[in-house]
Structures are given as C-alpha cells and as structure tokens.
Design a protein around this ligand. Structure first.
Ligand SMILES: [Zn+2]
Ligand SMILES: [Zn+2]
Length: 646
C-alpha cells in the first residue's frame, strides 16, 4: 500500500500502482470524469500514470490552468497526428500549450505549403481521430532508441531536441498512429477533446532563431464542450472590437513612436487627462486612508539596487547601467520604487508611534521586455505604478491589509468590475528554508491574510508554495465584460527589504525592531489598468472618467451662437464639453458623435433657443427630453457622485 496525501493534508492508503484517476474514482465517479491531469509531489503527471510510492497529490480539472495545459498540449499531439495522416512525411518541431490553446511548428517539406484554407480539412481529421478515443500512452525510452526512432523517421528537429536530452529522462507518447517526444502530461485519451478550432498560421523560425529555417506555426484551440468553443469564438470577435490599441487610437488617448522607442507609450492630451483623473481618484482615496505622497527620481545608483537585490533580478537582462563622465559612477533606470522609499524611511529615526508609515508614489519604472513580448499598453518597457509602501509593526499587518483590500474592492466597485478572484500565495511549509523571515512572522502574516479575506467574504483561491521568498501575497484577477481574466492589483508582505536596508524603529520597550513592509498597487500600473479599462468598457468610460462628457450639436449654423453660450456655461460647471460646428445634417452629427463614445449629446435648435433649454440624448439610450442648463449640470453632478459613491 502507498500513502497519498491530499491538499487538505488528509492521508489515505491506496494500492501501489494506483493512478490519479483511480484515486479520483475512489472519491466519486463524477470527480473522476472531470480529472484531466494531476500533480504528484508538485510534478505534473498523467492521470493514468501509476503511482509507486507515498506521494502528495493534487487533481487537476479543466477549470485549472494545469488541466487546460494538459488538454491543449494533448490537442497539439492530436493535430500533429491529423497532419501526419494528411501530409505524409511532414516533420515536427515543438507543439506546446499556450495561454489560449496550443500551436505546433511544422515543416511541410520542400516546396510544400499549408495555408489557412487547409485548416478545415485538418480540423475534420482531428475530430475523426478524437472520436476514436485513442489513449495517450507514455513510454520511457533510452536516448539511443529515441535517436534511432526519429532517425528512421527522418525528423531532424526531434533529433536535435533529443541530442540535448540526458539519457534516462526521455519519454515518448503515442496516441493512435502518432508518436511524439514529450515529457507530458496528457489527457487519458483523445475522446476528451470534443470541440476543435484551428485559428491561424504564421511563420516561426526553428527555436526562435532567425538564422534557422522558417517553419509553419499552426495555432488552434480545443474544448471539452462545443458550447465552450462557440462562446470562445464570440468572445474573440468581441475582443477584436475592444482591442485597446484600436480604441486608444480612435479616442486619441495614446500613441507609440518608433523614434522614441518600442514599448514606450506617449500619452496624448486626452489620455493624459484621463490618467490624471484616475490618479486623482486614487490619490484622494489614499489620502483619506492616511497615505502620504512622495516623489523620487527615475534613476538611482547601482549600489542602491545591489542592496535591494533588484540588480540581481533585473540587472543583467534589463536596461544597462547609465554611466556619467565620472569614472566608476553607475546609475540604473529604476525597475522598482521600493528601494527609494526605504531610503525615505531611513531619513530620520522612527518610533513605534510613527508606524504605520504609508508612502505612496505614482512612480515610473523601466524594465526591459523583448520586443516580441511588447503589446500595446499591457506590456511596455516604461510604466507608472500606483505604488505605495506601508512600513508597519508586525502587529499592524492585519489592519493594514484590510485597509488595502478595502481600497482595491472600492476601486473594482467604482469601475464596475463585478467579478474578481483573489489568489492568496502562501509559503510551502515543507520547504521553509526557501523563505526569509521568522516562522512567527510568517504565521502571523499568513493568518492575517486568510482571516481578512474571510472577513471580507472574498472569492479566493489559496496557492501553497506560491509566496515570494520574502513574504506572502494576495493578487487580484478581475473578469472583464466579455469574460476574460486580467491580473491587476497586488498586495505583498515583505520581510526582506527591511532586513537588507536595515530599517528600524524604536519600540515601546526602547529597543530596536525591524518594521515589516507591505507593497501594494491596486491598479498594478496605470498603463495596464487603462488598457484593461478600455477593453472592459469598449471605450465607454464612466461619466466621471471619460475624456468628453457632452457634445453640443447645433441643428444649423443659425444656432451656433446659442451653442457657444451653452458651451461656456457647461465649461464653467466643469463639464467637459465639445461643440460640433460642422455643417452636417443633425442625423449624421448624432451618429458620428455616438461613435466617439461621448455619453451625452445636446441638441439645440429653434425650440431650445426659445425656451432656453437643450434636448438631451444619452449614448445608447436615446432621447431624454429637454432640460434647462442648470438642471443638466445638476444632473451630471448627481450622476458622477452616484458613480463615485460619494
Ligand atoms: Zn506532449
Ligand atoms: Zn515595492
């Protein structure tokens, strides 16, 4: 018998050689039907692989990343099987699972091409093969035998991969007539794959090196249910329409310039103002919560980041040091604001009565990202964090944490992110030497985080062993309007930097103590947050945030003077207003301005001039009747206060 330890630390005995599927079945058949793969002692395994000794187990379903990964990875094998059937002699590079689906890099052979038009045929073959419910069979193989097999097959790509592997670590997987070099894990059989869509074809250099041959990369996605695929396809259509790069351009919020450099966003006036409103919004919330704003430079001496440990993390692979005419003087672009804030903490002696000290900064940081990784505002090389560092006594962690959570939840509520999950990352209790800080402090902080999330009734998942080496953390993922998940804010406890910077406070006992640091950024970065917000709202920002709140549409030139008068009035009321003076029909003016996503259209003609009113139309809702200017201004004020829950 072997002892199997479950995630809740309960232990049960099973026959030696039991599989994760057997174990799932012993719990319930419905669970067994859902299990796709497993983690055995934190290593990903096939659900059908016999377990021969005592082990820790986690079962993975489709809903989990590990489950999707095995599912999509198995689908790449299935696609390769279909391709090999349809294009005998095709050679295969690598076929990994990716964030959404999978791809396989293939070499169709000399003078042969695969185009998007061929994909339907491949999809159909895949469906046919999936229905055969072929098992994915794992086999250990010696390096020599592996080289023999792919040598005979004539697949030079696999031969190259095998030549770099160590004998004794090589496994092959077979499903149906297809054999692949792979570590796994895979689905129990291909029948799990019910819905298939091959999405696109691109060129990709073998091993990402442009000196190598260009292979054909085929992207696809699969699901355990047809309905899931249908929903996914609708979602990607919607996502295209909501692409923040497209809307950002239409609304003139930001741009990029090759001359300035890749991944360095330029905020245009309307975008800069929008960002400023977000900053002011958070600034006020933070001020109300006892934060103090600081400002620090964009660079710092290399030594600063050697002390903080960031040089070891970001130094070599990031922007290179800046040298001055003075010999030996080296500065780095700041990759993090924390070291600067630690030095602010140190600028004078601190007493227990001074804590918590909450230092906030909209601090711009720079990190080198490969050009292929850059994407609009979501992956950039320079970005501004809504950063703050809370220096507190260990006994204050819980209270500080709850305040930060409340700020984050308030932001989600105001910006209409209705669904979120929070991931609590704890240390691995069996691997304590990996982490810095005392047991007592860790236990206190972890307990505080768990309690606080319970008190706030939060939707959480707990990940053991996912904590940073310097402390436990809580990360927030929001679900946007079309169901995509985005990682946003984070709260992290840190025992490391106070140690490295030798931060101290004088306690009630007159002795020196180390404070604990909490890093937190509710938006994450303003760039990323604005991108998520654009995609979430499809560019229809809430009234308080949107670049233009109203546009005045005079029916004809005769009413331009009246329009000017209204414009002045609304401007005085701080309502961001435009006037459409174009010589166009009113119908066209309405349509054009609705496309600009302006919330209120104010139409003025004969009747409005006579009665001193405006005819109000709301974007997406139509006619709201006529109002006096005072009434409209009051109404806008009321709407904004309602949105901001003031
Ligand atoms: Zn595989
Ligand atoms: Zn920090």
């Amino acid at each position: 018998m072997i002892k199997i330890t479950f995630p809740d630390n309960s232990v049960r005995e099973f026959q030696e050689g039991s599989t994760a599927l057997d174990i799932a079945k012993s719990i319930s058949n419905s669970l067994a039907n859902e299990v796709i793969a497993a983690s055995i002692n934190d290593e990903l395994w096939d659900a059908t692989r016999p377990i021969m000794s005592d082990a820790k187990i986690r079962l993975h379903k489709w809903e989990e990343n590990e489950g999707k990964h095995a599912f999509w990875h198995s689908s790449a094998h299935l696609m390769a099987e279909a391709l090999e059937f349809l294009y005998p002699g095709m050679k295969f590079g690598i076929g990994p699972a990716i964030e959404n689906g999978f791809y396989y890099d293939v070499d169709p052979g000399k003078d042969k091409v695969i185009t998007e038009a061929d994909l339907v045929k491949v999809e159909q073959k895949m469906i046919e093969l999936a229905r055969l419910k072929n098992k994915y069979i794992r086999k250990d193989i010696s390096k020599k035998d592996a080289l023999d097999y792919f040598g005979k097959k004539g697949d030079e790509y696999k031969l190259e991969l095998i030549s770099e592997l160590q004998d004794g670590t090589i496994t092959l997987y077979t499903q149906g007539n297809f054999v692949d070099l792979c570590r796994g894990p895979h689905l129990p059989d291909s029948g799990y794959i019910k819905a298939i869509k091959l999405l696109s074809i691109a060129g990709a250099y073998w091993r990402g090196n442009e000196k190598n041959k260009q292979l054909t990369r085929i992207y696809g996605i699969t699901f355990p249910k047809q309905k899931m695929l249908d929903e996914y396809l609708v979602m990607i259509e919607q996502a295209k329409l909501r692409d923040h790069r497209k809307i950002g351009k239409e609304l003139e919020l930001f741009t990029f310039s090759e001359k300035v450099g890749q991944g360095l966003p330029l905020w245009l006036p309307r975008g800069a103002q929008l960002r400023e409103r977000l900053e002011n919004f958070l600034r006020k919330v933070q001020k109300d919560n006892g934060y103090q704003q600081v400002i620090t430079p964009h660079i710092g001496q290399k030594e600063l980041y050697v002390t903080s440990g960031h040089y070891a993390k970001y130094g070599k692979d990031s922007f290179q040091p800046i040298h001055t005419p003075v010999e030996g003087e080296e500065f780095l672009l700041k990759p993090m604001n924390c070291p600067h804030h630690c030095e602010i903490y140190k600028c004078k002696p601190r007493s227990y009565k001074d804590l918590p000290l909450r230092l906030a900064e909209f601090g711009t940081v720079y990190r080198y990202e490969q050009s292929g990784e850059l994407h609009g505002l979501t992956r950039v090389r320079g970005f501004t964090q809504d950063d703050a560092h809370l220096f507190c006594r260990p006994d204050q962690i819980k209270e500080e944490f709850i305040k930060v959570i409340d700020i984050i939840l308030y932001i989600f509520k105001i910006l209409d992110f209705k669904e979120y999950t929070a991931q609590i990352s704890l240390r691995d209790p069996n691997n304590k030497e990996k982490y810095i800080g005392t047991d007592e402090n860790w236990e206190k902080a972890e307990k505080a985080i768990i309690e606080v999330t319970k008190e706030r009734n939060m939707n959480t998942i707990v990940e053991i062993g996912e904590a940073a080496f310097y402390g436990p953390k809580l990360d927030f993922m929001v679900k946007d309007a079309i169901g995509r998940r985005w990682q946003l804010g984070t709260i992290q406890v840190d025992y490391n930097l106070p140690e490295r910077f030798e931060l101290e406070y004088i306690g009630e006992d007159d002795k020196r103590h180390r404070p604990v640091m909490i890093h937190r950024a509710p938006f994450g970065s303003l760039e990323r947050f604005v991108a998520v917000l654009i995609e979430h709202t499809a560019g229809k920002f809430p009234l308080w945030l949107t670049p233009d709140q109203a546009v005045i549409l005079p029916i004809s030139e005769k009413f331009h003077e009246y329009a000017e008068k209204i414009f002045k009035f609304l401007n005085n009321c701080d309502i961001r207003t435009l006037v459409d003076f174009r010589n166009e029909k009113i119908g066209k003016k309405i349509r054009d301005n609705e496309l600009k996503r302006i919330p209120y259209l104010l139409i003025v003609g004969e009747k409005e001039v006579e009665t001193g009113t405006i005819a109000v139309r709301k974007q997406g809702e139509g006619d709201k009747g006529s109002m006096t200017l005072e009434k409209f201004a009051e109404f806008i004020d009321f709407e904004i206060k309602k949105q901001l829950a003031l």
